[in-house]
Design a binder for this molecule. Structure first.
Ligand code: GDP
Ligand code: MG
Length: 692
């Protein structure tokens, strides 16, 4: 028999073996005659169906001199397929350590094949190393010996036991204090028990020998007072001669098997305290490491070995979970980067993360707890490092989408004629914020206390709120401007007629009526503004500003109307009319026909003076009733439409002057020309009437 080639091992997974064994009964040489550890153990454990059983398996190894029927016994007990020496050929079995899965049980059985080195004084090294190796992993060590070897204190077996105890101290010495791990059951199987010496006697002899050996050990100083029983439990059994008492032998081996497979059996050997707590999927790695340490003659520090194993396995398990997780997460990366809001992203992310952690926990939680927890935190960090950009991207996209929807809602809301601006805005605002909050909350992966900082969306909401507010503010400003413009247009329409009427008449109280009309119209405009503005949620300040603008514009509109009504041509025409009404018509409004005796000069002078009096009246806006005088409030004078302060303030005082003095003189001169013409004409008409 040789080590199965990798090809054969793979075939065995699917096909029955050539020798008729199923994969379950396939054996594996885990350490070959060159003391090399196999690379096949993990896959073999998987083929045995034990990979995922966690701690739900047992490990037993055997010790004893060469050709004492060890392999025969194991095959009987566990239905294994270890090589047995062929009686007829007396052929050596293949050296090394072999492993099989027990038939119908989750028991891994190790068989050690050495040479009869002890007798020949060679290869005690392998014996020692396999003892170390077996103790580090087995729960039960079967010590196999012939009845006639019992009591032979100097015999080969005793040397072996001394070795076992010594290495055991090295292995578990420090750890044994808590009594939890490192405890091993030594099951002595006495072969070819004839029966003349009862088992009890043999047991007593062996126990005494054990203690003698224990006493003789060279123990490290700190372990001087340790007892054999601090590390080992001893149990004994005897088997009859396989050939001479074949039936008895079969019966006793069947009974012994029960002690391995039946938990209810009072002699059940696999007590939980013997278990080395290596999860099945880590057994191969662990054993390989132990073997390496043993080979290099290093001190075997089992707790460190367990941590190393845990690190290795937890990393592996974590990597598998992470790979699967990344495959799930990958397709969502692109849409997020492209600015899309991915529907249900949060629940997806939570489920990927949960699956990954469950996967990790299922396999890794059996390993060294400190390592398991540390690696778990690492895994969470890795998972979240992938999820966090998705989360933040989703928030950004959500922000953009909600702001867009908000703007659109406002535009739609302001489309019709009848709308309440404040309602439109606050409705859109509420919708925007709740849509964001809902989406953001959905995207949170971990809302535990620790996760709070990582999955924070409140800040993004604050940013969004700020932007929403500034958009709303801009809209309100635009709306207010629109409204002020409309009110101004309306104002202009209303002020036009009273101004025209009053200026046409040119009565001394014309400014009184103009200012009165102005006041009334402005009051109406102001209250129109205030009525509407309440629905805008404008601030006091904004209202004051709008009113200032409105007042200034109203005044300017009035002034424009006055200017329009007093341009030179119109005004000079008005003076002429005024003059002619007095000069060319009498008091009854009948056109005058000048006669030579008429006092043309007097009439002319009077009419001219009366007309010239109008110029100062029009020159300045001064009411007769001083209580009607209007003063533009200073904030109105300095208000500007653009809100910029660089604009020159409006000079109200200046605007009260309609004509400057020079202008007045100029107008008077123009009028005089017209009047002089009328005078000359009147003179001529008398001359011509005399001439007739
Ligand atoms: P190992 O080297 O300890 O594994 O021993 P093997 O199982 O290969 O057996 C060695 C030889 O001992 C074989 O020829 C077996 O037939 C024989 N043998 C096995 N069991 C017994 C037993 O209980 N009593 C006797 N006398 N011989 C046995
Ligand atoms: Mg053997």
């Amino acid at each position: 028999m040789t080590v199965p080639s990798p090809g054969a091992a793979t075939d065995a997974f699917t096909k029955p073996l050539a020798n008729g064994h199923s994969p379950l009964s396939q054996r594996l040489q885990i350490i070959n005659d060159e003391k090399k550890f196999t690379q096949e153990l993990t896959s073999q454990i998987e083929r045995w169906g034990l990979r995922d059983v966690g701690f739900n398996y047992n490990l037993v190894a055997v010790f004893g001199s060469q050709s004492t029927g060890k392999s025969t016994l194991l095959n009987r007990l566990f239905g294994t397929t270890f090589d047995v020496m062929d009686e007829t050929k007396r052929q050596q079995t293949t050296k090394g350590i072999w492993m099989c899965r027990g038939n119908d049980t989750n028991i891994m059985v190790m068989d050690v094949e050495g040479t009869d080195g002890r007798e020949r004084g060679e290869d005690q090294d392998f014996e020692r190393k396999s003892a170390l190796f077996s103790l580090a992993s087995s729960e039960v060590l079967i010590i196999n010996l012939w009845e006639h070897q019992v009591g032979l204190y100097q015999g080969a077996n005793m040397g072996l036991l001394k070795t076992v105890f010594e290495v055991n101290l090295g292995l578990f010495g420090k750890k044994a204090q808590d009594g939890t791990s490192g405890r091993t059951l030594l099951l002595f199987v006495i072969r070819d028990h004839i029966g003349t010496t009862p088992l009890a006697n043999l047991q007593a002899t062996l126990t005494a020998d054990m203690h003698k050996i224990w006493e003789s050990l060279s123990k490290p100083a700190e372990l001087q007072d340790r007892q054999l029983s601090d590390y080992f439990d001893l149990t004994f059994t005897a088997l009859p001669h396989k050939v001479l008492a074949a039936d008895q032998f079969e019966k006793e081996t069947r009974n012994l098997r029960e002690r391995f497979v039946d938990k209810e059996n009072p002699g059940f050997v696999f007590k939980p305290l013997y278990h080395k707590r290596i999860p099945a999927d880590g057994v191969a790695f662990y054993m390989e490491n132990i073997w390496e340490q043993v080979q290099n003659n290093k001190d075997l520090d089992l707790p460190t070995q367990q941590e190393l194993l845990a690190q290795f396995r937890c990393d592996e398990i974590s990597a598998v979970a992470l790979t699967e997780f990344n495959e799930q997460a990958k397709p969502q990366k692109r849409p997020i980067e492209a600015g899309k809001v991915v529907e249900g992203l949060g629940s997806m992310m939570r489920s990927w993360r949960k699956t990954a952690l469950e996967r990790y926990d299922r396999d890794a939680s059996r390993y060294h707890q400190g390592v398991y927890k540390r690696k778990r935190a690492d895994l969470i960090a890795s998972l979240d490092a992938t999820l966090s950009p998705l989360f933040l991207g989703q928030l950004k996209n959500l922000h953009k989408a909600c702001l867009g929807a908000f703007k659109k809602d406002i535009l739609d809301g302001l489309k019709g004629e009848e709308y309440n601006f404040a309602d439109v805005v606050s409705k859109a605002q509420g919708k925007c914020e709740s849509k964001f909050t809902e989406g953001a909350k959905e995207s949170v992966v971990d809302d535990s206390e620790e996760g709070k900082a990582e999955w924070n969306w409140e800040e993004e909401l604050l940013l969004l709120k700020e932007e929403v507010r500034s958009v709303a503010d801009q809209c309100r400003k635009d709306e207010t401007k629109k409204m002020v413009n409309a009110i101004e247009r309306n104002f202009k329409k209303q002020i036009s007629e009273p101004v025209e009427l009053a200026l046409n008449k040119g009565s001394p109280s014309m400014w009184d009526s103009i200012l009165r009309a102005f006041r009334e119209t402005l009051d109406k405009a102001e209250s129109a503004y205030l009525t509407k503005a309440t629905s805008f949620n404008c601030t006091e300040e904004e209202n004051a500003q709008s009113l200032a603008v409105l007042r200034r514009r109203a005044w300017q509109a009035l002034r424009a109307k006055i200017d329009e009504q007093t341009v030179d041509s119109v005004f000079v025409g008005r003076l002429r009319t005024h003059f002619e009404e007095r000069f060319r018509y009498d008091e009854q409004g009948v056109p005058r026909v000048w006669k030579p005796d008429d006092d043309i000069d007097g009439a002319f002078k009077k009419a001219k003076e009366q007309t010239l009096e109008l110029i100062p009246l029009y020159s300045k806006i001064v009411p007769v009733d001083s209580s009607l005088a209007y003063t533009l409030p200073p904030d109105a004078a300095s208000s500007s439409d653009s809100g910029s302060l660089t604009e020159e303030p409006f000079d109200f005082e200046d605007s009260l002057t309609v004509f400057s003095e020079t202008k007045a003189l100029d107008l008077a001169a123009k009028f005089r020309k017209d009047a002089d013409l009328a005078y000359v004409e009147a003179k001529r008409s008398t001359v011509s009437s005399v001439a007739q």
